[in-house]
Design a protein around this ligand. Sequence first.
Ligand code: ACM
Length: 262
Amino acid sequence: MTMIRAAVVQTDPVFGQVAANLERALALVPRECDLAVLPELFATGYQFRERAELGGLAEPVPDGAICRRLRDHAAASGTTLVAGLAERAGDRVFNTAVLVRPDGSTDRYRKVHLFWDETRIFDPGDLGFPVFAACGTTVGLLVCFDWLFPEAAGTLARRGARVLCHPSNLVLPHCPDAMPVRAFENRVFTLTANRVGAERRTGSELRFIGRSVIASPRAERLVECSRTAAEAGSAVLDLALCDPWITPLNHVTRDRRPEYYA
Ligand code: ACM
């Protein structure tokens, strides 16, 4: 497939109302879409008070209730879904993004770069940065704060990813402006699905900034959602634009000089 219709779904979850958050998010997924990305921890909410609370809302992958509902939706709609959830694996809990295809097959990525209080309650991802076949191309997954580390997107691109799916719960303002740069420097499409609203379940209120964005390998912003509304945005991704040649004599991977990098 050289053209993919892809969407970012921006949600406004209420902490702990898993079933309602899940259904509201799926209702926003556009019809006739090949690929849709939902936010980080989209069904549970974000601000867990402590690890015990997190453990209660986490689920095994791929057999937990959220994953099963994503699989039903993917099968019925023909849309491949990427979404963030808390994954329980024995006594560990990861901030995970799952990729669920219409045929029911499911892959996962476990967030490597944990943000702020996540460092106290989640286990850091232990799978590195795998890439997956989906929608006729190669897809890489990032979760929210991973955006700040260019090595993460770069590793996925050098492993062949053409589309980076990025479930997020952004609170700092910079990511929506940075993602077109990540897309340009790696010659990939990026799909950042963020949430809106606020949570104040601990001493610090978190305000989520919206502005979900689809960026092209030419650093164009194909979609940018609002700062406040639950809504979806979609675009057709022309994968022919993922051209590693910058000029006839410059190649984005071949020209790297890793021997000089720290
Ligand atoms: C974040 O990583 N949720 C900011």
